[in-house]
Write a protein that binds this ligand. Structure first.
Ligand SMILES: Cc1cc2nc3c(=O)[nH]c(=O)nc-3n(C[C@H](O)[C@H](O)[C@H](O)COP(=O)(O)OP(=O)(O)OC[C@H]3O[C@@H](n4cnc5c(N)ncnc54)[C@H](O)[C@@H]3O)c2cc1C
Length: 383
């Protein structure tokens, strides 16, 4: 049991476990193996939304759990322990809802958040473009003012659930007359809509159940009242959203690392080589020792960042440290887990390690690569 859990965190762990054992574990491998491109699991997602305890942290008045952030990261950690892409189904909705809850008008919040919380509306967070990934401020998608409308032109890529979402939180630059504003804005786009074409990306390495989309906007028209928050504040909204989302990715890493460790301990005790369980071998014990030590450090960094989020101050560095360390720790742990499992780790038919290995890798890429976390930490400290 993790050190220093408060009763609310324990209650979340106690709620997730029986649900995951009954409804997630039996289908996770099968959902991962569906033909390419994968189809977003609508029924499964609805079941997740309906199962009794709230899946999202948003305020209770909107139908969420009203969770503190430390409770939320515990939920993410637990879901990810059982199945990373199932966890992602929930985490993506929170990623896209965060800017709405934090920065939208009361009217927009009332219109969208309850329907998002119930599962009726699936949202997506559309920031990345083909030529603007790490360099997100280089966004080019334009929202041209035309009377009472914005007309959107451009392209987005790597958007989780963007292929099927009902509501897109689109980062763009407003064009008024001849001038394309330098600063980003955010516009809500209901989908499907005329002028929007979308595809599900194929041959994705892991996290296959939570689908990823590419989107082309060709004269997509939305009312100007769909502007989210203030014009020109989009980059600030994106960065604020990423601070919290990065702690969420850290929690994903902790969940994956814990699963890799638990599977490895159980396997090492039962696998016999040279007449004794491999758990007796110092080589194996050292791998277990390193995995568990890094895992504990990753969890401590993650809970620290989440606690700072709850306290309301700035926590950008702590969020980056947690995301960087926990995602790389998850990478270390799935790699060692595969080594401990030998051939039975590499073949998905025999153990969950092969899938865990594939699911983990993107944690070091999305919500800012490891290099970008190091860049933010280093440049902030040296300012
Ligand atoms: C499965 C998946 C899901 C995703 N989901 C979403 C989503 O829902 N919404 C969304 O908006 N985006 C999403 N993304 C996009 C993701 O955030 C970007 O892929 C990521 O930020 C990296 O951008 P890029 O792929 O363009 O890589 P690039 O920015 O081209 O980077 C390439 C390499 O250069 C390095 N690099 C770049 N700049 C620097 C620098 N200044 N210093 C040092 N190294 C640098 C990078 O670290 C990386 O190693 C998703 C991506 C994936 C793969």
């Amino acid at each position: 049991v993790p050190y220093n859990l408060d009763p609310k965190q324990q209650a979340i762990r106690d709620a997730v476990k029986p649900f995951a054992e009954e409804h997630i574990l039996p289908v996770a491998a099968e959902m991962d193996r569906q033909p390419d491109p994968p189809v977003f699991p609508k029924e499964f997602y609805q079941k997740l939304c309906d199962q009794g305890w709230p899946l999202f942290p948003m305020k209770k008045e909107y139908g969420g759990g009203g969770y503190s952030f430390i409770e939320y990261v515990t939920l993410i950690e637990e879901l990810c322990y059982y199945d990373p892409p199932t966890c992602l189904l929930a985490a993506v909705t929170e990623l896209a809802s965060h800017p709405i809850e934090a920065f939208a008008s009361e009217e927009q919040k009332g219109e969208w958040l309850p329907r998002i919380a119930s599962g009726e509306v699936l949202p997506a967070f559309a920031l990345t473009e083909p030529d603007a990934g790490s360099d997100a401020a280089n966004n080019q998608l334009s929202a041209t003012i035309d009377g009472d409308d914005f007309v959107l032109d451009g392209e987005k890529i790597f958007i989780m659930h963007g292929d099927v979402a009902d509501l897109l939180v689109v980062f763009c630059r407003v064009r008024e007359g001849d001038e394309l504003e330098r600063k980003m804005s955010v516009v809500l786009v209901e989908a499907p809509v005329d002028g929007l074409r979308r595809e599900t990306l194929k041959h994705k390495m892991g996290m296959r159940v939570a689908t990823t989309g590419r989107l082309w906007f060709d004269g997509v028209r939305v009312p100007r009242s769909n502007l989210l928050g203030e014009r020109g504040k989009g980059f600030r909204y994106a960065m604020a959203t990423l601070d919290s989302a990065r702690v969420g990715v850290a929690a994903q890493g902790v969940g994956i690392a814990q699963r890799a460790l638990d599977e490895s301990i159980a396997y090492a005790k039962k696998r016999v080589a040279f007449g004794a369980p491999i758990a007796r071998l110092q080589a194996i014990q050292w791998m277990i020792a390193d995995m568990s030590t890094r895992l504990e450090a990753a969890r401590a960094l993650t809970y620290k960042a989440a606690t700072m989020h709850d306290e309301g101050g700035r926590y950008t560095i702590e969020a980056c440290q947690a995301k960087l360390y926990a995602s790389e720790t998850a990478g270390f742990c799935v790699d060692r887990a595969m080594q401990i499992h030998g051939g039975y780790g590499y073949i998905g038919e025999f153990s969950p390690i092969e899938k865990l290995f594939r699911d983990q890798r993107v944690l070091e890429i999305y919500e800012g690569t490891s290099e970008i976390q190091r860049l933010v930490i280093g440049s902030t400290l040296l300012r």
